[in-house]
Ligand binder design. Structure first.
Ligand code: G6P
Length: 463
């Protein structure tokens, strides 16, 4: 079997036996069974930190730090002030400067320089996410003929929006150096193919396979999954504090709602809080009983749009609590830090509603985790944004428009009175979906497609 070489902006923890998150679970498994290499940024910034090469049995970890400029212009700059907002339909937040794109290209060159000397001729190369779109082009320039696949973890926007990104022509040329372009959803694949039809001369061989010079490129959806069993086990561990939370639901009849997100403007947190406020106004019988727990882990705090959203949320939480709270009850609990995954899993288990309403999301694994954490005798209800990639698969959730505060408030009302039979029926179907396409299945599907993609044997050098 060919070795696997994975390259992503952040690398997983190869030292740890238990992995968290879909990407790490699927990838570490594949790396351990095939042998190979994981290349990426070590998460450090500055001159003190050094590139390193470590070996864990049959897997090599190759990491490098970023300089201050690289961090500023490649990671915070082009990746997170240009690509991230644009791919999430927030062109208004795009903040582009020429030095950003130059540094983005330069860091991709650096990744290629670091990786190339370690590549074998028959390696399968799997590149992840929007930080590394130009990397295949860099490899091809260095005469690499291996199969190179890309997986985009975030949404691919509509053709118009993508074409508004500065340098989208260049990005397109870079995309076309891969053999396989994996996206999260069918909608993403449609957007990508439409963009190619409208903005390039590629020849479509099938609806999702194109020819560009001597290269055949497949564009397909591979919805990412989670390790269902591992998450369910975490959710069912004993914990006294969490047991108390469960009793609040069963004995005190509290209506507990939970959300967990990175604190990101794409997650729709202010809209969600406003919807909860509307629910309290429309259903006064839930004042004193409804409790909304929002866990928002800090993220990319050096980007001003993230600081703005944080300030807005703090204002909203204060306003809603100030208006509705009583001596023994506050409607919103807002936690702005990371909490351990085990605790999160258990909190999911004892909350009657998982409220997952991003304005745009590649997949949203929290939605799948919420489903995996439920007890099948007394399962909670998932309320899910139609703009999360997960909504394509999880159609038995209550699907809402996250921009429509009234719609989300109505969904909360519906959840509050949903019969046990309906809850169980919906949960059965959701769990089947989540289990049927877990992290391992995702990785197997992708790697099988990569192995059979492209035009084997031909020289893939086009520059
Ligand atoms: C999203 C991206 C990932 C990224 C993660 C955390 O899920 O798709 O590539 O690693 O956010 O963001 P950060 O900027 O902290 O790596």
């Amino acid at each position: 079997m060919e070795r696997l070489v994975v390259i992503s902006n952040r690398t997983g923890d190869l030292e740890n036996k238990t992995q968290t998150g879909g990407l790490a679970v699927g990838i570490v498994d594949a790396l351990r069974s095939r042998g190979g290499m994981w290349v990426g940024w070590n998460g450090e910034v500055g001159r003190e930190s050094k590139a390193s090469r470590k070996t864990y049995d049959n897997v090599i970890s190759l990491t490098m730090p970023l300089s201050e400029e690289e961090h500023e212009q490649y990671y915070l700059g082009f990746a997170n002030k240009v690509l991230w907002p644009a791919f999430h339909y927030r062109l208004d937040l795009m903040d582009h400067r020429t030095e950003f794109v130059d540094r983005y290209a330069a860091v991709n060159r650096k990744f290629a320089d670091m990786t190339c000397p370690h590549l074998r001729e028959d390696d399968l190369i799997w590149i992840h996410d929007y930080h590394l779109i130009p990397l295949a082009a860099e490899f091809r320039q260095r005469d690499c003929r291996q199969k190179i696949g890309f997986f985009l973890h975030i949404p691919f926007p509509s053709a118009d929006v993508f074409s508004a990104i500065p340098y989208h022509d260049w990005l397109r040329e870079c995309f076309l150096q891969f053999d396989l372009i994996g996206l999260q959803t069918k909608n993403d694949v449609q957007n990508f193919c439409r963009y190619l039809r409208e903005h390039s001369d590629v020849e479509f061989i099938t609806s999702n396979t194109v020819r560009w010079h001597d290269q055949v490129i497949t564009i397909a959806d591979f919805p990412i999954g989670i390790d269902v069993q591992q998450f369910a086990e975490m959710a069912h561990q004993d914990d006294d504090t969490i047991e108390l939370e469960r009793m609040r639901r069963t004995v005190l009849k509290r209506f507990q709602i939970i959300s967990a997100d990175r604190l990101d403007y794409s997650k729709g947190l202010p809209q969600r809080m406003k919807a909860f406020r509307k629910f309290l106004e429309d259903c006064p019988e839930y004042q004193g009983r409804a409790e909304y727990l929002q866990i928002a882990s800090p993220s990319r705090e050096d980007v001003s749009a993230y600081a703005d959203i944080r300030a807005e949320l703090e204002g909203l939480t204060g306003a809603v609590n100030g208006k509705f709270a009583d001596f023994n009850w506050a409607p919103i609990q807002y936690i702005n830090r990371n909490i351990p995954r085990e605790q999160l899993a258990q909190l999911f288990r004892c909350s009657l509603v998982g409220l997952i309403t991003p304005l745009r999301d590649g997949m949203n694994l929290v939605a799948k985790e919420y489903v995996a954490a439920q007890d099948d005798k007394d399962p909670g209800i998932l309320i899910l944004s139609k703009f999360a990639g997960a909504a394509e698969e999880l159609d038995q959730a209550i699907i809402v428009n996250p921009y429509d505060i009234h719609d989300v408030a109505q969904a909360l009302k519906r959840a509050a009175v949903m019969s046990m039979d309906e809850r169980r029926e919906r949960h059965r179907s959701l769990l089947k979906q989540v289990t049927g396409n877990d992290a391992n299945q995702w990785k197997d599907n992708y790697l099988a497609a990569l192995q059979s993609a492209g035009t084997s044997g031909e020289l893939k050098k086009r520059f």
